[in-house]
Design a protein around this ligand. Structure first.
Ligand SMILES: Nc1ncnc2c1ncn2[C@@H]1O[C@H](COP(=O)(O)OP(=O)(O)OP(=O)(O)O)[C@@H](O)[C@H]1O
Ligand SMILES: [Mg+2]
Length: 233
């Protein structure tokens, strides 16, 4: 049975950049179902970040409708959108975005603390770091890790709260090919084993190869939407 996690209808976004308006998205229609592993690709400026920001409730659409994890985003207050992010979504950004003064373990525990997880916090952090092969780094600070290791911690942090949906904007942009592949393998395993839906943007053809579904944006419109057969992913 397919369960929609994201449903966008006629979604448009116009930025008001001084005297100029920029239409970043034009009437995008898109449904992402639970368990999908989807890449959003397209040239620079085609609207990938804008779309992911709308999906994550980090920004609001100019027109159209958007439902994410069964919530109509337009009807939510800022506070409710923040709550939705905290409890149902995980984010991975291009620039890792770990808290520099906290250790790896504390970075993961911090998100759980925000979520109101009490006594279980340290055990949950230990489990997720174990699962992702990051235990040996638990007591290090982010600047004591390579970029690839930091990005793996960012994924650990994003999934520690057991989100339904992880949004990742160019998660491999700062990684070399080998680290990009390690990261994608990890994301794909979390996708299949824990049924977490992933939507990530990328420019990297090697990363696209891991995607089960590839949506191409051109000038803010969906140009192509291709789903691979199971065997080829
Ligand atoms: N805050 C903003 N104010 C005005 N225009 C913006 C803003 N953010 C993005 N844009 C414009 O919206 C369009 C889409 O930008 P977006 O960042 O979504 O593209 P992208 O596909 O993520 O590009 P890249 O691959 O370079 O990251 C571009 O024309 C961009 O200049
Ligand atoms: Mg972008």
């Amino acid at each position: 049975m397919t369960v929609p996690v994201i449903e966008a209808q006629e979604l448009s976004k116009i930025y008001d950049a001084g005297r100029m308006e920029v239409q970043a998205l034009h009437d995008v229609n898109m449904t992402i179902n639970k368990g999908e592993f989807t890449a959003i690709v397209g040239p620079s400026g085609s609207g990938k970040t804008t779309l992911l920001n709308l999906f994550g409730g980090l920004d609001t659409a100019t027109s159209g409708s958007l439902s994410v994890v069964d919530r109509d985003i337009a009807l939510l207050s800022k506070r409710q959108r923040a709550d939705m992010r905290l409890h149902y979504l995980g984010f991975v950004f291009q620039a890792y975005n770990l808290v520099p003064v906290l250790t790896v373990r504390e970075n993961v525990e911090f998100v759980l603390e925000l979520q109101g997880v009490g006594n279980e916090r340290s055990q949950r952090a230990r489990e997720v770091l174990d699962e992702l092969g990051l235990s040996e780094f638990a007591d290090r600070r982010p600047n004591e890790l390579s970029g690839g290791q930091q990005q793996r911690v960012a994924v650990a942090r994003a999934i520690a709260s057991r989100p339904q949906l992880v949004l990742a904007d160019e998660p491999t942009a700062n990684l070399d090919g080998e680290n990009a592949e390690i990261l994608l393998t990890m994301m794909r395993r979390l996708n299949t084993e824990h049924d977490i839906t992933f939507v990530f943007s990328t420019h990297d053809p090697r990363v696209v190869a891991y995607a089960q579904r590839v949506i191409t944006l051109v000038d803010g419109c969906v140009d192509k939407d291709e789903t691979k057969s199971i065997d080829s992913c």
